[in-house]
Design a protein around this ligand. Structure first.
Ligand code: NAD
Ligand code: GLY
Length: 363
């Protein structure tokens, strides 16, 4: 088992990465210390892993909430379902909420843990690649609103993250690739060596070879832990973790949540950011092509979907937490391994990039 620590003074916590973690009663007991435990999961993950976790938790007051599966259920209504369960079971402030699932369950359960009785203990048990490399780490929690993705939420760090690699075996190929998008992101924004490792080892990673998967998760978590430790509440460097996300969130919003996976939208968004960076002269066209080639090899989209108009995508981009004074701020690339947040880009370049897959506005 590998351990990566997120250093946040008295709120520091470990990320455990390994196999057999869900069956490891000692580890579960160490991470989840309280008498009352509420496990939040969904109806796809529950039949696969809920029993293991409940068995591992042993003799305590345990309850579970099984939500419907899907990004379209990352809502205040599902949040309310969790609250009702906590209240009905008379859970006290000393309880723990456990998120068992992908990023949707993690974000929802984390937001519930942040709010219930003004904040209770929270443990992440991520079961998708995307959640293991990104969403389970760092304490961002949220639900979507009809007017914008992740616009309602809180920072609430978990007390521990248990990433059991065995759970990835049941992940379908599309969801596995969606996780690879966020892995590539770390190479692009701050870790050129990791990007080069991915170029050399992508096939092994996609084939889910244990050593490649373990290295990719470990290196991603190390990168994320360093960023979160330096800038927990995103006043600076943490914004770079949003490479491709302003475009990606707009794609998800314009298509309707659940149509494209989050990681797919982020992949297309990273390509759009790379194209913007090339158009504005920040990177060479050959660098852009190298980035698009890796993302394409991962089986991920490199252009936005046909369908949403430029105006629809632009409208969705205007609802973004990075925006300031009404100006859309974008994470762009200065090089592979180096990114910055910019609002001084050429507006026409943005329109051209948005139109590269979208239906242009009527003449
Ligand atoms: P997801 O949670 O919807 O999971 C993808 C699919 O895989 C779902 O159908 C899920 O039920 C299923 N699944 C989960 N584990 C499985 C397993 N082991 N075997 C089989 N199926 C399994 O999506 P995701 O890609 O994990 O996460 C995307 C969400 O995470 C988005 O809502 C995004 O906004 C959020 N996110 C949050 C952060 C953050 O920092 N908080 C970072 C990145 C993404
Ligand atoms: N996924 C973006 C962040 O955690 O900041």
């Amino acid at each position: 088992m590998i351990r990566v620590d997120v250093e946040l003074a008295e709120r520091s916590y470990p990320i455990f990465i390994g196999t057999g973690l869900l069956r490891d009663a000692t580890l579960l007991g160490r991470a989840i210390k309280t008498r009352q435990v509420m496990v939040v999961t969904n109806d796809r993950v529950a039949p696969l892993y809920l029993d293991s976790v409940l068995t591992g938790l042993g003799d305590r007051q345990i309850a579970s909430v099984v939500l419907p599966d899907g990004e379209e259920y990352k809502t205040l209504e599902s949040f309310s379902t969790i609250m009702t369960a906590l209240l009905e079971h008379r859970f006290e402030r000393g309880c723990t909420v456990v998120a068992l699932g992908g990023g949707v369950v993690g974000d929802l359960a984390g937001f519930a843990a942040a709010c219930y009785q003004r904040g209770v203990r929270f443990v992440q048990v991520p079961t998708t690649l995307l959640a293991q490399v990104d969403s389970a780490v760092g304490g961002k929690t949220a639900v979507n609103h009809a007017l914008g993705k992740n616009m309602i939420g809180a920072f609430h760090q978990p007390a521990a993250v248990l990433a059991d690699l065995d759970t990835l075996a049941t992940l379908d190929v599309r969801e596995f690739r969606a996780g690879v998008a966020e892995i590539i992101k770390y190479g692009l924004i701050r870790d050129r060596e990791f990007f080069e490792w991915l170029e050399a080892n992508l096939d092994a990673l996609l084939a889910r070879e244990a050593s490649a998967v373990t290295h990719a998760i470990k290196r991603s978590c190390e990168n994320k832990a360093e960023v979160v430790a330096a800038d927990e509440h995103e006043s600076g460097e943490r914004a770079l973790l949003n490479l491709g996300h302003t475009f990606g969130h707009a794609i998800e919003h314009a298509l309707g949540y659940g149509s494209w996976l989050h990681g797919e939208a982020v992949a297309a968004g990273m390509c759009m950011a790379a194209s913007m960076s090339a158009r504005t002269g920040m990177i060479a066209p050959t660098t852009r092509d190298r980035i698009l080639a890796l993302i394409a090899r991962a089986g991920l989209p490199v252009t936005p979907p046909a369908g949403p108009t430029v105006d629809e995508l632009l409208a969705a981009m205007r609802i973004d937490k990075k925006n300031q004074g009404g100006r859309i701020r974008l994470v762009l690339l200065d090089a592979i391994g180096h990114a910055s947040v910019r609002d001084d880009y050429d507006a026409q370049a943005l329109l051209d990039v948005l139109a590269s897959g979208a239906v242009p506005p009527a003449a």
